[in-house]
Design a protein around this ligand. Sequence first.
Ligand SMILES: [Zn+2]
Length: 179
Amino acid sequence: MRRVFFPDADGNPTDADHFLALLKLFAGSIECGDCLLWQGGTNANGAPKLYDTSARRLMWEAHHDRPLEPHELVTVTCEKVNCLHIEHLALTDKSAAAVLGNASLAVRARKSAACAKAARPFAKLDIAKVREMRARRATDTIDTLGAEFGVDRSLVARILRNESWRELASPFAGLMGTL
Ligand SMILES: [Zn+2]
């Protein structure tokens, strides 16, 4: 519950409460570049807390001198979760916050899909396939192996020369050519 020092007749915080909250918020923060970074308690997500209340909400209410509606959420725009600088706080609501969250999830999904695609040439091979290629070097050509395993013939050649996918620790590495 919010601690109210000088409530009005309806129990709402007054200018004096806002002033005291501002004093405590500034006293508990350090200026860091353009940001005002809270050094006090936080919730589990690292968002600043004062008197078990969101310090972002206290800062916003004190600055704008009006209470926030429950559906109004205060978000931080500078990506520093403990920043209380009034110019880095923005009003949002649950649906806008959800859209933002979905957007960043979609971006992450696209990025990871792009990374998976980019990494695919390297994922075509594993050590079992490399051993099979080396075992078949006497009977199959580089072109045949390359086509069958879906890799470039230059990579097949490097694998057969033990320049790629080297198996230094294998006691059988030297025997491969005789199999
Ligand atoms: Zn900031």
